[in-house]
Design a protein around this ligand. Structure first.
Ligand code: ADP
Length: 475
């Protein structure tokens, strides 16, 4: 231990020093209050043995200094003559730990010192414990404050006693002393769960529900919190599941749309097959061929649908390997236009590309093919005999636009509003007999979203449509 002896009698001072050093302590000495004060300004002592009667600053004042500096962490033992024993007791009442009456035997000094050492150890243990506790507190505080979940602690009377910032922002309520559970707007079912949790405290199980708020869906978990000798509390954890609910909802909608889209061609194929099996067309080769031909058309459309679905699914799951690279859009479009010349001719449609200077974009080749295949084939499909599909590249700062314009059947504003949704197909006399899956433009939209592009449409019924694709220009 680090010890300080303050005594003006040299013999006494040195005698004590020898005894204590023999016990393995490190000892400093001071002959008067001023010297003691100087040492106390530099060194922190575990124990100080202070003579009450000192020249200059007396023992009272030295003890006062020690307590002011160290806040009772240094254990002070007052050493005094019999004549001043009352004063020594007074100092002890005011903050010294113990006192020792002169003259004393070495055993007496050691007994007092042992008690002082024990006291010093207790103080150290308490300090360590407190600092650990503080660290734990600040750790849990930090954890709670940075959690992605909202945390609200309710006492036995359902009163919020703690809320983390996330809970405040999720619920749109700031924590204050007079807050009640109903102010949190979690509804009656959560209140009931809180009561259940308080009743069942100790059983540990938690209760869970979803609460729909105007702007979000929250997953609420109510957990009993039992501590010995304290009334039970409840921890309410809040998770924002808005996005998850939206995805689930979209997925369910998608599945029912797929089922719906598969049903009608399959039902048609099944009824054609039933006609063949009935035998009423036996021997009528031409009729048979016609029915089988219709079945084939329906089957082909189904295959196309399934392929589009697979493609959509692969993209959704991120399973399409994409490798953006610097590509000349003009070259890509030239290839596409060459590829679609045959189909365009068969539809009696002219397909042309206004060829300009190089237009470099950063994109995946597969993505570009997907986008323009769909737009060009739609331009041909939804056109008229003698019509035209023309592609034009426009450069703008930071982006390249490709305009795909046709002189086809066009669309009403209502139709335009639906075309990027999965399975949407405009149903009107002009589109009757044109096959498709309603997945092409939905895929185009997704592909563009993945490569930071966008698409705009302008269309006039009976006149034609203009699809404008924007892609980020390569630096
Ligand atoms: P699909 O062509 O397989 O039906 P798309 O997603 O490519 O599916 O298109 C959705 C719908 O948008 C089409 O069914 C059609 O009604 C309309 N449409 C798309 N492109 C054009 C176009 N160039 N002109 C007129 N209508 C179009």
């Amino acid at each position: 231990m680090k010890l300080l002896i303050v005594d003006d009698e040299e013999g006494m001072r040195e005698g004590m020093r020898r005894l204590l050093e023999r016990r393995g302590h490190s000892v400093d000495t001071a002959a008067d209050g001023a010297a003691a004060a100087e040492l106390l300004g530099r060194v922190t002592y575990d124990i100080a043995l202070v003579d009450l009667k000192l020249p200059g600053l007396d023992g009272f004042e030295v003890t006062q200094r020690i307590n002011d500096r160290e806040g009772n962490r240094t254990v002070v033992v007052i050493v005094s003559a019999l004549a001043t024993v009352e004063a020594a007791m007074e100092v002890t009442r005011r903050g010294a730990f113990d006192f020792l009456i002169k003259p004393f035997a070495p055993d007496e000094l050691m007994a007092v010192l042992d008690r002082a050492i024990r006291q010093r150890q207790l103080i150290q243990e308490r300090e360590t414990y407190l600092s650990e506790l503080n660290q734990e507190r600040s750790l849990s505080h930090q954890l709670i404050n940075t959690l992605r979940d909202g945390v609200v602690v309710l006492n036995v009377n359902h009163k919020p006693v703690l809320m983390n910032p996330r809970a405040e922002s999720m619920l749109g309520v700031g924590f204050r002393d007079d807050l009640s559970l109903s102010d949190l707007g979690l509804g009656d079912s959560v209140t009931a769960m809180v009561q259940e949790a308080l009743n069942a405290a100790g059983e540990g199980a938690y209760r869970q529900t979803r609460v729909e708020r105007p702007d979000a869906v929250l997953e609420v978990r109510v957990i009993p919190w039992v501590r010995p000798a304290e009334s039970p509390s409840v921890i309410v954890l809040l998770g924002d599941v808005t996005e998850q609910v939206r995805v689930e909802h979209d997925k369910n909608r998608f599945i029912s749309m797929v089922a719906h889209e598969l049903t009608s061609p399959l039902a048609a194929i099944s009824s054609y097959l039933a006609i063949v099996l009935e035998g009423t067309l036996d021997g009528k080769t031409e009729k048979l061929k016609e029915v089988i031909g219709r079945s084939k058309t329906r089957t082909d459309a189904l295959l196309e649908l399934v392929r589009d679905l697979q493609d959509l699914n692969r993209r959704e799951a991120g399973r399409v390997e994409r490798a953006p690279q610097r590509l000349d859009l003009r070259a890509v479009l030239r290839e596409q236009v060459n590829f679609y010349h045959g189909p365009a001719e068969r539809h009696g449609v002219t397909l042309e590309l206004e060829d300009g200077t190089e237009a470099a974009v950063m994109a995946d080749r597969g993505d570009l093919d997907r986008i323009f295949m769909n737009l060009i084939s739609n331009g041909i499909k939804y056109n008229r005999e003698g019509g035209r599909v023309s592609l034009r590249i426009e450069r703008r700062p930071g982006e390249i636009l490709v305009h795909v314009e046709d002189t086809g059947i066009g669309m009403s504003p209502d139709e335009v509003a639906g075309i990027f949704q999965e399975f949407y197909r405009a149903h009107n006399p002009q589109t009757q007999g044109i096959s498709g899956t309603g997945l092409g433009l939905a895929t185009v939209k997704r592909v563009l979203a993945a490569c930071n592009g966008r698409i705009d449409v302008r269309s006039v019924p009976g006149k034609g449509s203009l699809f404008s694709v924007s892609l980020p220009a390569a630096p």
